[in-house]
Design a protein around this ligand. Structure first.
Ligand SMILES: Cc1ncc(COP(=O)(O)O)c(C=O)c1O
Length: 440
């Protein structure tokens, strides 16, 4: 045996290590494959291949330091091209995208952000997570932020307006962009529910200062969980990127000192995994085909609905840009709406209510008691403690009566791109029967 201390000229103690098997092998791939459905017999064939192949080497599922081209980076590029922006950052959710956007804009304690009274709670919750105060504002008959109400809500503390494109359809972007410009306030687009949609020929997420997307499984284009931040502003992108990665900062040089005041700060970890990146990439490429399916089905259902003077469709600010994931009807009052939904269910129509004062729902501001009651996660009582009580918004459950009236009279018809022409006419027939009976 060699004496441990003997040095032999020209040789290394450790001449070579590895190669080692990668951390992920066939077993991990099988768990993924097993989630999919195949034609009979095919899954078994794949399993046999995975079990027999001793050379399976799994991927590096971390986007950085990846020896192969990153799927997350490819998804960012594809998303930037789809949306039509210069910069795109992948994150692990739209909630993360919103916090990163607010933080990139420098929003913090003592600031206010305008949010619509009808949106998923995340839009308002992320304002609080950024230590700012959400100012809750009425929606109009597009069921998106009412620009006039937003204008009335602006104060010297307003640091952003969050325009949410709810249930697939664009907000009044012309009026909101004009307002944002006149007041010098950034417009944050929450595109969580309208991925791929557009307004006057421009994709949502490219019109405002910064756009935030969700790829969670219930959205238009999906990766299970996931999100994207889109912007033309390089500085905002850099700051969002820092925030999303603990400010460990994969800038041009990860360990470089600050290139400009405001580049380095302590952030969080919102990184997207390569698994989500791969699924997102495939979905982004298919966006227009997915939208075409929704739009075909919605057109057929809508064309089949007999017009009635007492029933109105939700106002679309740009019908071409609607992602068409649903069709919303307004009936004359909440009581007939409730009865019509029940009757539509009896007809087999995939109809649902949007607001019922007896049913809790995180999309309606009246249930955001965390905000209405000014809850805080810590004893610093932020964000509320950052402003004198007289400057805090006066929250109450009846502060947005128009929103509650519109939502209480809304019937939401689910659209599925898989509906056949017969499905669409059957749905329209069911709706017509109920309207004929209850709202003649
Ligand atoms: C309007 C809106 N904003 C934000 C979010 C949050 O998205 P995520 O689930 O990706 O965090 C959602 C999700 O439902 C949403 O509908």
């Amino acid at each position: 045996m060699k004496n441990e201390a003997t040095v032999i000229e020209g040789t290394k103690a450790v001449p070579k290590l590895g190669p080692f098997p990668t951390k992920l092998r066939g077993e991990e791939l099988w768990e993924i494959v097993d989630m999919w459905e195949f034609s009979p017999g095919n899954k078994e064939k794949i399993k046999a291949i995975l079990e027999a192949d001793a050379n399976i080497q799994g991927p590096h599922l971390f986007r950085y330091y990846n020896p192969k081209p990153s799927r997350v980076a490819a998804a960012e590029q594809a998303m930037a091209e789809l949306v039509g922006v210069k910069h795109c950052l992948a994150v692990n959710s739209c909630t993360s995208a919103l916090v990163a956007a607010f933080r990139a804009l420098g929003i913090g304690a003592g600031d206010e952000v305008i949010v619509p009274a009808y949106t998923f709670f995340a839009t308002a919750a992320t304002v609080v997570a950024a230590n700012a105060v959400p100012v809750i504002v009425e929606v109009d008959d597009s069921l998106n932020l009412d620009p006039e109400a937003a204008e009335r809500a602006i104060t010297p503390r307003t640091k952003a307006i969050a325009a949410v494109h709810m249930r697939g359809a664009p907000a009044q972007m012309d009026a909101l962009l004009d307002l944002a410009k006149r007041k010098g306030v950034p417009l944050v687009e929450d595109v969580a529910q309208a991925g791929g949609g557009s307004f006057q020929g421009r994709r949502l997420g490219s019109l405002g200062t910064i756009g935030c997307f969700s790829f969670d499984f219930y959205k238009v284009i999906v990766s299970g969980e996931g999100g994207f931040v889109t912007t033309d502003d390089e500085w905002l992108y850099t700051r969002a990127q820092s925030w999303h990665d603990t400010a460990a900062c994969w800038r041009p040089d990860r360990f470089a000192r600050e290139r400009r005041e405001g580049e380095l700060f302590a952030g969080e970890n919102y990184r997207m995994s390569e698994l989500e990146g791969a699924v997102a990439l495939a979905q982004i490429r298919k966006t227009d085909a997915i939208l075409a399916g929704y739009r075909r089905a919605k057109k057929l259902v809508k064309e089949g609905i007999a017009r009635s003077p007492r029933v109105h469709f939700r106002r679309l600010t740009d019908e071409q840009g609607d992602t068409a994931i649903c069709l919303i009807l307004f009936l004359p009052d909440a009581d007939v709406t409730r009865r019509a939904i029940e009757a539509m269910h009896a007809e087999g129509v995939p109809a649902g209510g949007v607001y019922d004062s007896k049913v809790r729902d995180w999309h309606i501001y009246t249930y955001w008691e965390h905000i209405l009651d000014q809850k805080s996660v810590a004893k610093d009582c932020l964000p509320w403690s950052a402003l004198p009580a007289s400057d805090l918004p006066r929250y109450s459950r009846d502060m947005c009566p128009r929103t509650l009236d519109l939502l209480g009279r809304s019937i939401h018809i689910e659209i599925n791109p898989g509906y056949s022409a017969d499905d669409c006419s059957a749905i329209a027939l069911g709706i017509n029967r109920v309207i004929h009976r209850l709202v003649p």
